[in-house]
Design a protein around this ligand. Structure first.
Ligand code: MN
Length: 714
């Protein structure tokens, strides 16, 4: 275990301006908070945050990150609270600790590896400060280094798989090769111990056999470069067991066939020297075609730069050589951590948090190639996504702005069609609530529920919208069909016949309709007049188009059939085939009549509405309708009142009080006339039915400051 002053010294070695006081306080705070807790290894728990902080010093991170490493488990695993951390260490550190804590909680929610890609994106999306991710990666690395202490094999395996699927690729995407290599190797050893062991054995055998070969190669390469006047440092590097194994898998090769388990590195001082060194090597040795890559002129998406080449080198050995400058090396090993240099001078972070994220996302955006996990994900899409969990821990990716309804449809269209409510993180929330990253969403469904056209206004996914529209279309068609049938029945009766489908069947051709239902629906929509259809079937004294046997004359004594065809009016949904007139605002209990409007369905008016006068000449457009309201329905209707009140203090107040006391909800209020003595006001009130509105009218009439109350007409 590194000691307190050693840690501080190490930070100061690369950052002379380090906040020593902060580091010391974080050290002590964490040690006290973790107290006597211990790890699977038997070590005091504090050894873990300290190990994480130590890893972060290797990445040369700033004091706030190191302090976060020390404190990262205090909020989740000890009595300490985020408020305490903020009070003692300030906002910056508190935010970082909070970020890491949130990521740790996420891990517990999901069987992550099943949704590796989404989970990686989620982790990125949640890391609004890149340092959160760096601390998380260091945390994971230390847990992997101490993984063998965990007794439960399943747990070890799960953690290793998660590391392989989620954290190593994240480290790679951020260009942190060293960290990625370590994570992969530790995970590989756990996941595939046999392969790991045999590669290790082969490596040590080759090491014994070829120790001097490798040295001879280094010496000869150095000599070649010196002769060409290139000041270079040559080193040999053994590839990691996991990268060897992956190569064996990918190229389907035996271990013996792998020529390049050794890689050589040439370090020079500037870019010019890189190309000079390359020239010297290619001048002396044969280059292996297809192995040369210039990542200096074209850096990798994560900013990696180097020249790569393969040559038949000294000792006639096929070797791989990387040529790079010191600066390129630092970026190659440490990626973003090197790139953003939190070192000295990194004072204020105003606006920088955003920049870090931007730049990281930039890197991700330019990712290319099949191995890169974000290949299908453009930056905009990525920033525009939220990731939520089902109660079982499945991850669902949705566009930003998505609601529980979108979530429900993403799970299954059946779930969407029947959803009545949603629990977000255990709390009942409105269906229009915007989902946040990491939300756990449980959809409440009911078989009686159907999609509401109102949902269309807030859903954002194509699937949800398409499902809702499809439902409305079918629903509308069913309503138009019902309407058309009622209208035809009425016309038939008018002509003295009984309505039969057979009769309609005979005139389908004339109206260019294929099915009976199509024609009836068109009548309902008002596209074809019911009278036209009836006239076509019964063309007066002319020859009948429809054979006699298909026509049933109406029996004179069944006149009541005319009134028996009233179309039931239930809760009307906007956008459907029927709607309430804005002039008379019919309420359940009112006597009503429907007026057919071409292509727009039917408008429901009260029977005494003045507007109806203008339809006096077109009785064929009139339709018999009747309320069919469920008594227990919570549905509200708008009633419109014309109220005259005294122009005196408090009269408007008593108006609203009386309406409120009678459970009426005022949805609109407009003064239309104003004199010295009186105000005339139009008041829209949400009520259950006519009786409810009548009660309110009676109560208002009993109010002294109210002069008169009437339902508004026309
Ligand atoms: Mn931890």
């Amino acid at each position: 275990m590194i000691r307190q002053f050693e840690l501080v010294e190490r930070v100061k070695s690369y950052d002379p301006g380090a906040d020593e006081d902060l580091l010391n306080r974080a050290y002590v705070f964490s040690m006290k908070a973790h107290g006597s807790q211990s790890r699977a290894s038997g070590d005091p728990y504090f050894s873990h945050p300290l190990g994480v902080a130590e890893i972060l010093t290797r990445l040369k991170l700033d004091s706030a990150s190191i302090a976060t490493g020390l404190l990262h488990d205090t909020v989740e695993d000890t009595e300490a609270t985020l408020e305490q951390v903020q009070n003692v260490f300030g906002k910056e550190v508190a935010q970082l600790v909070d970020g890491v804590t949130k990521l740790s909680r996420l891990e517990l929610q999901s069987d992550n590896t099943k949704h590796a890609e989404n989970f990686r994106k989620l982790v990125l999306a949640m890391s609004n400060d890149i340092r959160v991710l760096l601390v998380k990666l260091a945390d994971r690395l230390h847990n992997m280094q101490t993984l063998h202490f965990i007794k439960n094999a399943d747990k070890r395996r799960r953690i290793a798989a998660e590391t392989m699927e989620i954290y190593a690729p994240l480290a790679e995407r951020m260009g942190m090769h060293q960290l990625k290599d370590e994570l992969e190797n530790l995970a590989f050893a756990e996941l595939n111990p046999d392969a790991y062991q045999s590669i290790m054995q082969r490596l040590s055998y080759l090491r014994e056999q070829g120790a001097d070969i490798s040295n001879k190669i280094i010496v000869e390469l150095s000599k070649t470069l010196k002769e060409a006047d290139v000041a270079a440092e040559v080193s040999g590097r053994e590839k990691t067991p996991f990268s060897i194994w992956r190569k064996m898998q990918k190229k389907r090769m035996e271990f013996e066939q792998l020529s390049d388990i050794m890689a050589f590195r040439v370090m020079v001082k500037d870019i010019g020297q890189c190309y000079q060194a390359l020239g010297a090597l290619h001048g002396k040795y044969s280059m292996i075609p297809g192995r040369f890559k210039d990542y200096i002129s074209t850096p990798k998406p994560n900013n990696y730069q180097s020249l790569h080449t393969g040559i038949i080198g000294p000792q006639r050995m096929r070797i791989e050589v990387q040529i790079r400058t010191d600066n390129m090396h630092e970026i190659a090993e440490m990626g973003v951590a090197a790139h953003w240099g939190y070192k000295q001078g990194a004072t204020k972070i105003d606006g920088r948090q955003y920049r870090w994220l931007r730049e990281l996302l930039d890197i991700l955006e330019h990712a290319s190639g099949p191995e890169e996990f974000l290949e299908h994900t453009k930056l905009e899409m990525f920033q525009d996504q939220v990731f939520c969990f089902t109660p079982k821990g499945d991850l669902i990716a949705l566009p930003r702005g998505a609601t529980p309804v979108d979530f429900a449809y993403a799970v299954h269209s059946q779930v969407g069609d029947t959803c009545v409510g949603a629990k977000i993180n255990g709390r009942i929330m409105p269906l229009r609530t915007e989902l946040q990253n990491g939300d756990q969403v449980a959809i409440v469904t009911s078989k009686a529920q159907t999609p509401s056209p109102a949902w269309e206004r807030f859903v954002v996914t194509g699937k949800a919208r398409a499902c809702i529209r499809r439902f409305i279309r079918t629903q509308q068609r069913a309503q138009y069909l019902e309407l058309g049938r009622a209208m035809l029945q009425k016309e038939f009766a008018h002509a003295g016949y009984e309505y039969t489908e057979k009769a309609v069947d005979g005139v389908l051709k004339k109206f260019k309709a294929e099915e009976i239902e199509d024609l009836v629906t068109q009548v309902g929509e008002g596209l074809v007049g019911a009278r036209e259809v009836v006239n076509a079937i019964f063309p007066g004294n002319k020859t009948q188009v429809v054979p006699n046997d298909k026509i049933v004359p109406l029996k004179r004594d069944t006149k009541k059939a005319k009134g028996g065809h009233a179309i039931p009016i239930r809760g009307l949904i906007p956008g459907m085939a029927m709607h309430f007139a804005g002039c008379c605002h019919p309420l359940p209990g009112d006597r009503i009549v429907g007026i057919v409007t071409t292509g727009k369905g039917v408008t429901i008016h009260t029977i005494d509405c003045e507007t109806l006068e203008s339809f006096a000449d077109t009785p064929e457009r009139w339709l018999d309708v009747a309320w069919d309201q469920d008594k227990n329905s919570a549905e509200q209707h708008t009633g419109r009142l014309d109220v005259v009140i005294a122009n005196q203090p408090g009269s408007l107040g008593s108006l609203t009080t009386v309406i409120g006391k009678n459970q009426g909800n005022i949805s609109n209020l407009k003064i239309i006339n104003r004199s010295i003595d009186f105000f005339e006001i139009i008041v829209d009130v949400e009520v259950k039915d006519l009786k409810h509105l009548s009660n309110i009218i009676a109560a208002l009439r009993a109010t002294p400051s109210v002069n008169s109350v009437d339902r508004a007409r026309g």
